[in-house]
Design a protein. Structure first.
Length: 147
């Protein structure tokens, strides 16, 4: 049985053949282009920080001594914390017996269990605590209301 060749099928087939030919021509054009040399791919930065493809003249370069370079950010000094840290109870679930304390001067939060806390602690209370490594990270223990 012969294949049915309607007008639209023939047009679609012509378009496919045309696209294949165009793709083949593009592929051959890419292959025939000369490859870029290594020197053409290199970029240089001049004394003003502008990227160019010409090598800068070494006579125009400024020599900077290592001692002349100033560090703009001073090193941070580690301050010793005297006493227990303070924080605010961010979340506390009385029925399940756990909560989280948000540290006073940082965004860090610490888990605590009601067995390690005083009775009567509720959300938004200011508390003092000690930190201890637990099974799943750092936990707050000896949680007491701040005076």
């Amino acid at each position: 049985m012969a294949k049915s060749n309607s007008f639209s099928k023939r047009e679609i087939e012509k378009n496919k053949i045309q696209k294949r030919k165009e793709k083949q021509l593009r592929r051959e054009a890419r292959k025939n282009q000369p490859a870029d040399s290594f020197e053409d791919m290199i970029a240089y930065v001049d004394a003003n920080g502008v990227i160019t493809d010409e090598r800068p003249e070494p006579s125009k370069a400024d020599v900077v001594e290592l001692e002349d370079i100033e560090i703009s950010i001073p090193p941070q000094e580690v301050e010793e914390v005297v006493g227990d840290p303070t924080g605010r109870v961010d979340f506390y679930d009385e029925s399940r017996g756990f909560g989280f304390i948000k540290e006073a001067n940082s965004p860090r939060k610490f888990f605590f269990h009601k067995s390690n806390a005083e009775y009567g602690i509720v959300e938004d209370d200011l508390v003092t605590y000690r930190l201890e490594n637990g099974l799943k990270g750092i936990n707050a223990v000896d949680v007491k209301l701040a005076k």
